[in-house]
Each structure stands twice: as C-alpha cells, then as structure tokens.
Design a protein around this ligand. Structure first.
Ligand code: PGA
Length: 256
C-alpha cells in the first residue's frame, strides 16, 4: 500500500520567525504522525530553522527548488548536496510557477530530478495542464509528455524514491479545485504512462499527489480516490490549522 504524503509548499512566504511559529504549531499536532508522511517546504532562508525545529519529529523537510549541478559558477543557485546538508529529504521540482516564470522545461526538470536522486534527495516532480490546454482537450497529451520528459531515463529503482504531483495549473491558488473524478482520471493516466515507461509494479508503487486549492473541505473526497496518494498544499499550508486538518483527512482515509 502507498503511504499518503501531504506536503506544504509555502512558496515565497514566511520570514524566519513566522516559519518557526508555523512549524511549531504543526509540530503540536503532527510531530509523531506515521500513517501519513508529512513534509514542510519553507523558503530557503527558513530551511535551517525549520530543520532544527523538526529534528526530533516524524515531519520531513523539503525545499522548493534546486540546481542540477553539484557546484560551480551558477550565481544564486543551490545544489542538492547543499539541501542535504540542511537535512532536507525532499525537493519540489518543476512546479508550474517555475515552468511559467522561470522557463523551466521538461528537460531542465529531468536534470533536476536526476541530480536530486543522485544526492539522495527525493524529488516531488510537478506536472499539470493549463486551463487553455484543458479546454481544448489536450490534458492527456500535455500531462503524458510532461511525465515522459520530466522522468526520462530514471530507472525503476530511483522511481521508488520519487513523488509526482499532479497540479492542474488552473486550480493553483484559484480556489477552483479539480473534481475528485477529474483528478482521479489524470492520476490514473499518469500511472498508466509510468507502467509503459517502466513496468506495472513500479507504477503501482509511485505516490502521486494532487495539488491545486486542496483544503480541509475537499481533501477527504480527493484523497479517497484510488490513485490520489496525498496532496501538495499551497495556500492552505500557510495556516497550521488547515494544514493539520488536511493531514487528518488523509489519516482518516488510511484508517477507513
Ligand atoms: P494552492 O497551491 O494549494 O494554493 O492551490 C498548490 C501548489 O502550488 O503547490
């Protein structure tokens, strides 16, 4: 069985003091949660403080981006090894905001995912169609090519450490959530693509998160779908209470 994974993507929010407050509040409820994997992804500047705060808990740390090289003349960039040094376990790669504002292509996302895996960091690889693509019936084609491109040449063994996040761009930060049926359809498609790329066994083991306006009121329904294995949470992860409630919903689905 796939253990659900709920990750908070804080994006460019929270200074160090605010980050500590948020992580301490999350800790109160989730420090020893094991049925669901809980991950927080603060901005780079708050990683160290959050890492220290959660060191004695089951909560895992993730970063929001990284560079694919180990070191070198890449002003402003941060490598996988540097993230490992702060005890990061996860790193989000290819978020739609990075694809849109920073022109990250599938090829770049693929390089980052491979570099993360090589450094023992688990990539959360994001894919998802825009509203225009959905409305013109291109969802399947777009998501398939993103999965194939972003995960090219990643072997079966590495794939076990990798997480995929399906995030329809039109649902991110808009309050518009994909219906559980719409999300399930794409999650099943992603699993089918993985089975073709590798094999059914590997595809069945990979966890696929849903992201895009997930909140306490819609989490249970989304998470109870067979191919939805957790959530990548933006807005609702900035408040401890809503993030904790989403994790609780995931826990209830596991226990049901
Ligand atoms: P949202 O963001 O929950 O605010 O829609 C999700 C994400 O961008 O990962």
């Amino acid at each position: 069985m796939r253990k659900p994974i709920v990750a908070g993507n804080w994006k460019m929010n929270k200074n160090i003091a605010e980050a500590i407050d948020l992580v301490e509040a999350i800790k109160c409820d989730l420090a020893q949660t094991r049925e669901v994997e809980v991950v927080v992804c603060p901005p780079f500047t708050a990683l160290k403080a959050c890492s220290d705060a959660i060191s004695d808990t089951e909560i895992r740390l993730g970063a929001q981006n990284m560079h694919w090289e180990k070191n070198g003349a890449y002003t402003g960039e941060i490598s996988a090894e540097m993230l490992r040094e702060l005890f990061c376990h996860y790193v989000i790669v290819g978020h739609s905001e990075r694809r849109e504002y920073f022109k990250e292509t599938d090829e770049i996302v693929n390089r980052k995912a491979k570099a993360a895996l090589a450094a023992n960091l688990r990539p959360i690889v994001c894919v998802g169609e825009t509203l225009e693509q959905r409305e013109s019936g291109q969802t399947e084609e777009v998501v398939t090519s993103q999965v194939k491109g972003s995960l090219a040449d990643i072997g079966a063994e590495s794939m076990k450490s990798l997480i995929i996040a399906y995030e329809p761009v039109w649902a991110i930060g808009t309050g518009k959530t994909a219906t559980p049926e719409q999300a399930q359809e794409v999650h099943a498609l992603i699993r089918k693509v993985l089975a073709k790329m590798l094999n059914q066994d590997v595809a069945d083991g990979v966890r696929i998160q849903y992201g895009g306006s997930m909140k306490p009121s819609n989490a249970a329904e989304l998470l109870s779908k067979p191919d939805i294995d957790g959530g990548l949470i933006g807005g609702a992860a900035l408040e401890a209470s809503s993030f904790v409630d989403i994790v609780r919903a995931a826990k209830e689905v596991v226990e049901a």
